[in-house]
Design a protein around this ligand. Sequence first.
Ligand SMILES: CC(C)(COP(=O)(O)OP(=O)(O)OC[C@H]1O[C@@H](n2cnc3c(N)ncnc32)[C@H](O)[C@@H]1OP(=O)(O)O)[C@@H](O)C(=O)NCCC(=O)NCCS
Length: 400
Amino acid sequence: MSSTTADSTPAGTTDAGFVTVPKGLAKVVVTDTELGDVRGDEGFFHYRQYSAVELAQKVGFEQAWHLLFHGHLPDDDELAAFTAEVGRLRIMPRELADLLPGICATTTDSLQVLRTALSAWGGVSGIRPLYDADADEARAAAMAAVAVTPTILAAAHRLHQGLEPISADPGLRHAGDYLRMVTGELPSARDARAVEQYLVATMDHGFNASTFTARVIASTGADLAACLVGAIGSFSGPKHGGAPSRALESLDEIGTLDRAEPWVRGRIEAGDRIMGFGHAVYRTRDPRSEMLKAVARGWDDPLVVLATGVEDAIEKALAQLKPGRELHANVEFYAGVVMKLAGLDPSMFTPTFCVARVVGWTANVLEQSRDPKIIRPAAHYVGPPPPQPVPTGIRTPQPA
Ligand SMILES: CC(C)(COP(=O)(O)OP(=O)(O)OC[C@H]1O[C@@H](n2cnc3c(N)ncnc32)[C@H](O)[C@@H]1OP(=O)(O)O)[C@@H](O)C(=O)NCCC(=O)NCCS
């Protein structure tokens, strides 16, 4: 036996000295981090030493980004310099802008466009493997990738609609400029701030699947674009970042409050999961969902009344149908509501999540790149026992 997993063996140590861990690596600690953490039982998460929810309520996108990259909230001068740097970097490199219509022609999914475009960005900007880059060079690549992400997404959205992309305005703040580049109009202060609060609250969230993916790639010394392409691929799955538009679709399908309970029963009986509910770590309410509910209540809109009523009804039904699982609304349930009310199309919900999460991914990549150890776990082989002779009838191919 080379190693074992929790599929067949309880957590422990094998005769060969391999450590076995629970399936899905749940609760397995793989490294140290100074970036933040999630306390699932308490319903609390933090960036550095601050509550992330409190940060979302009190600071802007650039301040939280500075905190994650540099370890402290910026003073006024630092913030002005950082905001100016971000504004300049938000402008898309010409070579990438030229490629974007071709990339958009391959798919109508803006998240897929971002995945391909960031790979192309790595090429046109000439970034080098993290293995060869010093700390300043790696930081510069990370700043540029985060800054250009909203510009790529907004341009993709407009190109898909047959509209001309709108250039970034370096004089605006990041969240508001993103909304402007998507919609073509300067957003109201309420819309810009609501989206900014959402973005700050979703920048980072412990060792989630996409962050771990990014760190695994960074541990090989690959370049930053490679880390982001992998992270986006991991993020795109409905169990991770792909749920907010599906959660809003559920609200549309339910339509009126009285239909919520039979709807959720029907779904569970059919073996479906309710999108926007449940979490891999939280065993109590998701603090991001609670915060976003408060943000959504800033609108006097029937959608908010429907969403809060449906949340209660689904939560009660899930408590009966899946007793003891503690299934509550997660970040994605109210994310869709807030983004819709702020004027974003559902096709942009998951991509918009990336505008935020790319900060966390890159901060994690920078941290991981300082660790020389490659991440390389093991698996428990459960196939036919080796070595067996290759069957005699197999013919060796001749060289062509
Ligand atoms: C997020 C998620 C993947 C976490 O999964 P997980 O920690 O692996 O949870 P488990 O798969 O162990 O689920 C535990 C139990 O709750 C059930 N469950 C979990 N989430 C559920 C949901 N959203 N709807 C219905 N049942 C759910 C599972 O079916 C399982 O039931 P079982 O014990 O009868 O088999 C899961 O909750 C999910 O798929 N949610 C919907 C997608 C979503 O909103 N994703 C965004 C996450 S922020």
